[in-house]
Design a protein around this ligand. Sequence first.
Ligand SMILES: Cc1cc2nc3c(=O)[nH]c(=O)nc-3n(C[C@H](O)[C@H](O)[C@H](O)COP(=O)(O)OP(=O)(O)OC[C@H]3O[C@@H](n4cnc5c(N)ncnc54)[C@H](O)[C@@H]3O)c2cc1C
Length: 393
Amino acid sequence: MDYRFTPEEEAFRSEIQTFLKAEVPADWDFDPFELREDTWDFAHSFTRKLAGKGWIAPAWPAEYGGQDLPFMKQVVLSEELAYFRAPNTAIIGINYAGPTLMVYGTEEQKKELIPDILSGDIIWCQGYSEPNAGSDLASLEMRAVKDGDDYVLNGTKVWSSNAHKANWCFLMARTDPDAPKHKGISYFVTPMDTPGITVRPLINMANEHIFNEIIFEDVRIPARYLVGEENRGWYIGMTTLDFERSNISSGASYRRSLDTLIGYVKDCQANGDGGLGKAPRTISTALADLAVENQVGRYLSYRVASMQDRGQIPNYESSAAKLYHSEYGQKLSRLGLGIMGLYGQVAEGSKHARLQGRFARTYVTSVGTTIAAGTSEIQRGIIAGRGLGLPRG
Ligand SMILES: Cc1cc2nc3c(=O)[nH]c(=O)nc-3n(C[C@H](O)[C@H](O)[C@H](O)COP(=O)(O)OP(=O)(O)OC[C@H]3O[C@@H](n4cnc5c(N)ncnc54)[C@H](O)[C@@H]3O)c2cc1C
């Protein structure tokens, strides 16, 4: 198997790198998914610049505003954006909502929604989890009741990332309470400014506002916002999760953190400034291990990408990539903290913080990565059942 990119793809990579070096400030060190209040304006205007270059989702069909580029070029773009930590407020639309609508949406839905993802105008959030439905998502209780040409939504969603910034939400709700639980669920898209929707902040343990609770009280949406068939929404929702777990760019983002950490160690060793909390030999060995593991993660992502390139929907392959990358991120954060010793715990803003407090922050935020989009236990279950054909139980 030849993993090399073509000369044309490499030329595209150079073009993106030149753009990002010019446009992303050298000290910009926020993760693309972190839509924080203090970084929001830059993140949103930067996303519009990407849109101006046609670099939101260039592989999408030209008839909806994309550029019909080969999917591998989109992979190259995702890797470079992730490596530069380029902010991207369209990310949930690009990676979850858009690909799902492309498979299941009606022509009318695609024409209404896809161009606004590509222009950076729509910010999406996901309304899946509920107070009593997380891993066992099919137990969700939110109701959608057909009333004339509308559906009326009632219920509560939790942990919805970026809902406070979103103008659209894709969600699952129960349309047939009497059917077996997977068979009574439908999939909807909903404008967030519809009367009856209240968004309340949930502050995470890094003291950031990314999560939200969304309360729906008699929210009336037109029936044309049902995606796919009524009561078949579970299967659509799982397709979104397959796309969400693909994690094509995670390896590149962690490679950047690893390179930063290696640079830090080299600087400390060259300057003898005492910023290392472990013996140099232990550090070198641990960094070498993580460099190898990063490359392995990259190939897991390329497997997923090559399936998407062929128009297939990855399943246990995405779960393997998601599981691997999220656990890798925690290992990397732990190593970073250990390497810096006590300095590693100092948060950004302090004169004692190292690398802008990145590892102090990711040590905390990376806890959620093995929970989001389905916990590691759930991913192992999918790999065991669908990948290895092992019985449930
Ligand atoms: C950073 C982050 C972002 C998120 N963003 C969103 C979002 O935008 N939208 C959204 O809808 N949700 C979001 N979530 C919620 C996320 O999808 C759920 O937290 C996740 O699915 C787990 O559900 P739960 O929290 O209810 O835990 P539970 O399902 O209660 O699980 C508790 C524990 O039991 C284990 N467990 C449960 N069932 C099994 C099983 N069958 N086999 C083995 N172990 C099991 C789990 O692995 C876990 O360790 C986000 C979560 C995080 C951390």
